[in-house]
Write a protein that binds this ligand. Structure first.
Ligand code: FEO
Ligand code: CA
Ligand code: CA
Ligand code: CA
Length: 514
């Protein structure tokens, strides 16, 4: 059947595709993709190379253009194709260097040429890498505290999963599964697990905002409270971990431009309790009050003896650094792996992908929708519903990243782990895909498949140009189950002569304007 996904800005139609096992990026008839950048491609005159395992994308128009801009891309992890085989689970020094180099972020310049093909402009003066070797300034309550060894600057960013754009035209990037890389490189764990902010147009602007908490950050979704304070929603992508929001102390002033970034240094971090429908303020006062109660017991999800837990928290800096523990102490609700969060531009409801949690039999995940009281993102009470559940009936499993189009459709990518592909209850879903789910109208909640990724890949980081004629999308970790470099399980994107797969970013076009 044909599905019309709107008549406002985009009037295209597509015929949903079937699930696929092909080693290809499959799109509906009438749509095409161009690979704009792939792993190890040179991105600038200095010879810097595109990183591995692309995740989040954000397009920043140059002079308002829909056909030339800077593309910010996250590099979440490395694998055998960047490091080579790892002996006895221990990286060599060269492998550690590659691990730090190929993670992080790329800023590249992209354009659509006269024939409609999207390309990377490798002569760009803006194109650069931000990775495990870059220097970041810390902001907020954990800057300079003992738990961070007094640091006000730290080395590097890695495990950059999803992210978000700010109201002042910068990009946020989220450090998710940072622990292994930090350990292999001998770097301090507390310097990672933060939200990073960069300015694609200014290479000197690199910040980590500690007020937003330290955990396995998936993404940021920024909006405004009714009174003008900045609100940032965030998920902690672990089994039995929480949903958070940060509300700034000060108000957003558009004329201040990038100086509004200072708002992210001071505010209140809240954790959600889905049973009471309350956002719990994570203040040091609240934590120390809970700890000094003689009936205090170490909650599940927190390691260590009571005395040690009590000793851990001496300031707001410790609360944000040991955020999950503080959340458990204050009554935050553990959930099923919260991944991407998006705020509906139509009604301010908040969509959260809970990807899955096999510890409680939630093998296909679901998308939760939060209704803030009085529609105010700055509020402290909410209601929620399960907007849609994964599984056979909906046709998708394990939702991960989200993007809205201007007609109120959610674009949802899936992340069934590669080791489960085509097995057991995941069989019918085949390779991971991209689905379109209307949030209103007669097809509300009905998922239609728009794309299928290559073998052992995950599609990540869907992001539209402002005119919605182009959709940027990452193809992450094709062939990642490979253990013998002579026998890769994928060769996507099948460049002539290639002997290994190359994750990367594509630009999808074919969307018609109404
Ligand atoms: Fe990196 Fe939570 O996905
Ligand atoms: Ca993700
Ligand atoms: Ca995921
Ligand atoms: Ca991933």
């Amino acid at each position: 059947h044909l599905f019309g996904y709107g008549t406002n800005k985009v009037s295209g139609f597509f015929e949903p595709i079937e699930a696929s096992k092909e080693d290809a990026l499959v799109l509906p008839a009438g749509y095409k993709y161009d690979v704009v950048a792939a792993f190890d491609d040179i991105i600038n005159p200095a010879g810097d190379k595109f990183g591995q395992n692309s995740d989040y994308n954000a397009y920043f128009p140059i002079e308002g253009s829909n056909t030339r801009g800077l593309l910010v891309n996250n590099h979440e992890a490395t694998n055998i194709f960047a490091l080579g085989p790892v002996k006895d689970g221990k990286l060599t020094q060269q492998q550690v260097n590659n691990d730090l180099y190929y993670q992080g972020m790329s800023v590249i310049e992209v354009f659509q040429d006269g024939t409609g093909t999207w390309k990377m402009d490798v002569t760009s003066k803006h194109a650069r890498r931000i990775n495990g070797f870059s220097q970041f300034e810390l902001t907020g309550p954990a800057k300079g505290i003992k738990a961070l060894k007094g640091a006000s600057k730290v080395q590097g960013t890695f495990a950059n999963c999803s992210g978000g754009v700010t109201l002042w035209n910068t990009a946020m990037s989220c450090e998710e599964n940072f622990s292994e890389t930090a350990e292999a490189a001998g770097l301090e764990q507390t310097h990672y697990g933060w939200v990073v902010e960069i300015d694609p147009f200014d290479g000197s602007f690199l910040r980590k905002h500690t007020a937003l908490g330290r955990f396995n950050h998936e993404n940021t979704a920024m909006g405004l409270a009714k009174d003008g304070r900045v609100v940032v929603y965030m998920g902690d992508d672990k089994k039995d971990a929480c949903v958070y929001k940060f509300v700034s102390s000060g108000k957003y002033v558009p004329e201040r431009g990038r100086a509004n970034s200072d708002l992210l240094a001071e505010g209140t971090l809240y954790v959600a309790n889905l049973k009471s429908g309350k956002w719990i303020a994570m203040t040091y006062d609240a934590v120390s009050k809970a700890l000094s109660d003689e009936k205090f017991k170490v909650p599940s999800g927190v390691d260590g003896k009571k005395e040690d837990v009590i000793k851990k928290f001496k300031s707001q800096g410790d609360v944000v650094t040991y955020c999950h523990e503080a959340a458990m102490i204050l009554g935050g609700m553990p959930t099923d792996r919260p991944e991407d969060i998006e705020i509906s531009p139509f009604d301010n409801t908040v969509f959260i992908c809970h990807t899955n949690n096999d510890s409680h039999g939630n093998v296909h995940g679901h998308i939760t929708r939060i209704f803030e009281k009085d529609n105010d993102l700055g509020g402290t009470e909410f209601d929620f519903e399960i907007f849609v559940a994964g599984g056979r009936q909906s046709g998708f499993s394990s939702p991960d990243n989200l993007a809205f189009d201007s007609n109120g459709n959610l674009w949802v990518v899936t992340d069934i782990s590669s080791s489960s592909h085509n097995k057991g209850v995941y069989q019918s879903f085949m390779n991971n895909g991209l689905f379109v789910i209307p949030t209103a109208g007669p097809s509300k909640g009905v998922a239609m498949q728009f794309a299928s990724g290559p073998v052992e890949s995950e599609l990540t980081g869907p992001f539209f140009t402002p005119d919605e004629r182009t959709l940027f999308l990452s193809v992450q970790h094709p062939g990642e189950e490979t253990d013998d470099l002579n026998k890769p399980s994928s060769l996507w994107p099948h460049r002539p002569g290639d002997t290994k797969p190359r994750c990367g970013v594509v630009a999808i076009s074919g969307f018609k304007l109404g």
